[in-house]
Design a protein around this ligand. Structure first.
Ligand code: SF4
Length: 495
């Protein structure tokens, strides 16, 4: 039960083996979509089955597009499609069927076909969700979750981003009517949590109009269903769009957790990464979030070139004060990106560098003082800030302390005593019957960081359960190197 969703849900190897034994003879060839998360286990396993049954194999998808040679070796595929596949799918399978099947080994001359950019997304057929039924996958918020992508490509050139290696830089989007058809198609499979996986869904105001208009259109057809539905954009909203007046208020009526691709709160880093906005836009966006009474979610990358342990600590203090829900990540050096090229040129990585390691390990930029361990510690502190902001769904300022406590009380049935001392939160007694003690722990930590005397900054709160009640057992003082860095920033500010 502790495995990530893609391991817990979907088909087991046993089911796949049986399916092949019973059905494969009906098929002439097999096509596999290779996603980064399934390339190691599932793809290798299925490829062996396909080749074992003597069938031609065509691969495509993100991993096949960015790691063509490696994927051909892993899968022994006959044909590999790089980029968008719809317009070359006939060609790919015709070529694959023409290749004589030998045994499970690398096809001598695998064919690589470069896909064509689909300019008219409206003409693509609706996905065959009956073959991948939404009820077989994890729910979100207790609702059946369905995914859709109504646009492709992004014109911007952020240095760490690999979107262009798969979808190109030409942004295309379905028309409002077609987006509504996709929503209704999913709704007919019972989907009530619609997740847009577009890389840059809300790229401009027109895109906002199209998506929101499509939801209204779909609601006219199935009013009860769509009134009870939620919408979510995986990659969030462009900062400049969020900075426009009225957009957050409008989108937040339908969408949950609106995220901004901020990546850094340092203007030099934002510019160096070629992000298409500046901190002025971010400030205006924050004002719009506050007006709409919505907690902004922001993506933040730790370990960009130029980041140091000190600068990350300063960023964290700033992010904490802004009361945003931080989605922290470490910088990943992905093939095909400008950052990958820069790291190669500067000798920080070499050609054999396995980018998949970046998911949990950041290649430290020389002389940054950042280590992988320190980055992990910073990530957990940012996680606490994120939890506090999103759980409470209000901006935390000293003046709103009472409001926070009353919300805590409502949500967790917490009884508390807060002793004020010299304008700081001096000590806190909490007991109660809360749903989620780890969330509360994070919230208490963050309150301690914000409101306690200097020597309490960065304190850790330990809770214990006695007679069905949670008590604060101890408050621990800063112990990790990351906390020390943050304490330093706070001390400097005080002086
Ligand atoms: S990070 Fe976002 S805005 Fe930048 S290039 Fe990638 S998709 Fe576009």
């Amino acid at each position: 039960k502790n495995l990530p969703p893609f391991r817990r849900y979907g088909q087991t190897n046993e089911m796949i083996t049986h399916w092949f034994a019973e059905n494969i003879q009906e098929f002439d060839a097999v096509g596999l979509c290779t996603c980064q998360c399934n390339i190691i286990d599932s793809i290798r396993y299925i490829s062996v089955l396909v080749k074992g049954y003597g069938k031609p194999l065509v691969i495509g998808g993100p991993a096949a597009s960015t790691l063509t040679d490696k994927m051909l070796k892993i899968t022994c595929a006959d044909v590999c499609v790089v980029g968008e596949g719809e317009l070359v799918v006939d060609e790919a399978f015709t070529k694959a069927l023409g290749i004589k099947q030998k045994s499970i080994r690398l096809t001598e001359n695998p064919v690589v076909i470069h896909g064509k950019c689909v300019t008219e997304l409206d003409k693509l057929p609706l996905p065959a969700w009956d073959l991948a039924r939404p009820e077989n996958y994890p729910k979100s918020d207790g609702k059946l979750r369905g995914i859709l992508a109504v646009s492709r490509g992004c014109p911007w050139a952020c240095k760490f981003c690999s979107v262009h290696t798969i979808m190109g830089r030409n942004h295309r989007r379905m028309k409002q009517k077609r987006i509504a058809e996709h929503l209704l198609h999913l709704a007919r499979f019972g989907v009530k949590f619609f997740t847009f996986i577009d890389d840059n869904l809300f790229i401009n105001k027109k895109a906002v109009d199209d998506v929101m208009g499509a939801i209204d259109k779909a609601e006219k057809v199935m009013p009860k269903h769509f009134k009870a539905s939620k919408f979510y954009s995986e990659e969030g909203m462009e900062v400049r769009v969020a900075a426009e007046e009225g957009i957050i208020e409008r989108v937040s009526k339908r969408f949950v957790y609106i995220a901004l691709g901020l990546e850094s709160i340092n203007s030099k880093r934002i510019e160096a990464m070629q992000k298409p906005f500046n901190l002025g836009h971010f400030k205006r966006a924050l004002t719009n979030f506050r007006r709409a009474k919505v907690t902004p979610r922001v993506f933040y990358l730790i370990g960009l070139p130029g980041d140091t342990a000190k600068s990350v600590a300063e960023d964290i203090v700033r992010l904490g004060r802004l009361c945003v829900d931080v989605r922290q990540n470490n910088v990943q050096i992905l093939p095909g990106t400008q950052l990958h090229k820069q790291y190669l040129e500067e000798g920080i990585i070499n050609k054999t560098y396995d980018w998949r390691l970046s998911a949990s390990y950041t290649v430290p930029y020389p002389k940054s003082g950042l280590t992988s361990k320190l980055i992990r510690q910073f990530r957990s502190i940012l996680g606490a800030i994120g939890t506090a902001a999103s759980e409470l769904d209000i901006a935390i300022t000293k003046d709103s302390l009472e409001e926070i406590v009353s919300k805590l009380e409502k949500k967790y049935f917490v009884q508390y005593f807060v002793l004020e001392h010299n304008g700081y939160l001096d000590s806190m007694y909490v007991s109660g019957n809360m749903f989620n003690s780890s969330s509360l722990k994070h919230i208490l930590e963050i309150i301690m960081i914000r409101f306690s005397p200097p020597e309490y900054k960065g304190a850790k709160v330990k809770l214990v359960k006695k007679e069905n009640k949670m008590f604060v057992e101890s408050i621990m003082y800063p112990s990790t190197a990351a906390q020390e860095y943050i304490s330093e920033v706070l001390k400097r500010e005080k002086h």
